[in-house]
Ligand binder design. Structure first.
Ligand code: PMP
Ligand code: GLN
Length: 405
């Protein structure tokens, strides 16, 4: 019987090459690392800095717009490509923030979160044996989806602590067998923002080898330094790029699962062909609400990023005081902390002990890498800082027990 608990003997950070979401022989599935760590936090009462979701609501206008949409009867299937008001808002957002002209009628597709955009895109583009290049560590769904499509996953490492990829390694990874280069910037779990030199090399290689660029930009508005610049704005990129984002992070509505992609019309059509038989549509009243959010003044976006930056600094201080080695992330929800200075060379072991030793839950970075390459990332743990200040302060105080022990 499948009970959604991790299969015995199969920990999520010991996934095989086939990727995550494995069905074990006894019919159980290995829960995603995020679900497992949230369950661990719930069962131990520890502070959950594992799964990345905020513990405060986002803009009141967005929440009110959803309530209003329900009251107004926006409760039936929206159009398959998404509510026109949201598609218009997404196109307007791309123009306003990035100068990207996108046709709302043919170049925007609304999806069930960024996750469905990723799933439908990979299933649409990747055939058996096609190669997909990503950086590593990578968001766990990438490996699972590439495996599900029958693709071959090639990776280019981002190494602690500066997370800069070696461009020669990128050159070597992309070949005529490459169907997709899947970029994630700002990046989960490292919080790094890929430089223009890296983005330009991705574009150059995609053109040379006729690959499609897929870019996951769900943390686009959560940057702490220079504003985000989509790869689609780089010369030569737009006509071969599928840009994916979601309202979850920007508006603190991760449970609404309103995502989208923008791309040239022929790519939107290919992805829609798959998407229409995945969810068909989702979230009717949440679609106009996210449209309301996308049209909010610039200050709402920049203030949210500033507030998150202050939270990052609280947790960074706590982790440093506890003895972790941390590079400060430039964006996103997470800090990756090196546990070696605390005497832990295995972050997975630390994560298992952490609820008892310090009343905190984190996620081992080994969950974001291929098992063959655990060594380079073994001592690293990801902590989420998208939490209230008092929660982060309490977590910091608890983590200080580690160095005191
Ligand atoms: N991509 C990345 C890099 C993420 O971190 C996440 C979730 N946090 C997603 C995709 C999934 O986004 P959504 O919840 O909109 O499906
Ligand atoms: N993206 C979130 C994270 O990285 C989790 C989403 C999920 O649980 N699938 O923590």
């Amino acid at each position: 019987m499948s009970d959604f608990s991790p299969a015995p003997g199969l920990r999520p950070w010991q996934r095989t090459a086939a990727g995550a979401g494995l069905l074990a022989a006894d019919g159980t599935i290995a829960a995603t690392i995020f679900a497992e760590m949230s369950a661990l936090a719930a069962s131990t009462g520890a502070i959950n800095l594992g799964q990345g979701f905020p513990d405060e609501d986002g803009p009141a206008e967005v929440l009110e717009a959803a309530r209003q949409a329900i009251a107004d009867g926006v409760n039936q299937y929206p159009p398959g490509i998404g509510a026109p008001v949201l598609r218009e808002a997404i196109a307007a957002h791309q123009l306003r923030w990035y100068g990207l002209e996108v046709d709302a009628a043919s170049e925007v597709l609304v999806t069930a979160g960024a996750t469905e955009a990723l799933a439908a895109t990979i299933l649409a583009l990747v055939d058996e044996g096609d190669e997909v290049v990503t950086f590593e560590p990578y968001y766990d769904a990438y490996a699972a989806l590439i495996a599900r499509a029958g693709g071959v996953h090639r990776t280019v490492p981002l190494l602690f602590p500066d997370w800069r990829p070696d461009l020669d390694e990128l050159d070597a990874a992309v070949t005529d067998r490459t169907r997709v280069i899947l970029v994630n910037s700002p990046h989960n779990p490292t919080g790094t923002v890929l430089g223009d030199d890296v983005l330009d090399r991705v574009v150059e290689l995609a053109i040379r080898h006729d690959a499609v660029i897929v870019t996951d930009e769900v943390y686009e508005h959560l940057t702490f330094g220079a504003p985000h610049r989509p790869i689609a704005t780089r010369p030569g990129a737009r006509e071969r790029t599928i840009t994916i984002s979601s309202g979850g992070k920007t508006f603190s509505t991760t449970g609404w699962k309103i995502g989208w992609l923008t791309a040239p019309a022929h790519l939107v059509t290919s992805v829609l062909a798959v998407k229409q038989y995945l969810t068909y549509v989702n979230g009717a009243p949440f679609q106009p609400a996210i449209a309301t959010g996308l049209a909010l003044p610039d200050a709402v976006f920049t203030d949210a990023a500033a507030a998150l930056r202050a939270k990052r600094d609280v947790l960074a201080g706590g982790l440093e005081a506890a003895g972790f080695a941390i590079p400060l992330p430039d964006a996103g929800y997470f800090i990756v902390a090196g546990a070696a200075p605390l005497g832990y060379d295995d972050g997975a072991v630390l994560c298992r002990e952490l609820p008892e030793r310090a009343g905190v839950v984190g996620v081992p970075v080994s969950a974001f890498v291929h098992p063959d390459r655990h060594d380079a990332y073994r001592s690293l743990v990801r902590f989420a800082f998208c939490k209230r200040h008092d929660v982060l302060e309490e977590a910091s105080a608890r983590l200080s027990r580690l160095s005191a022990a």
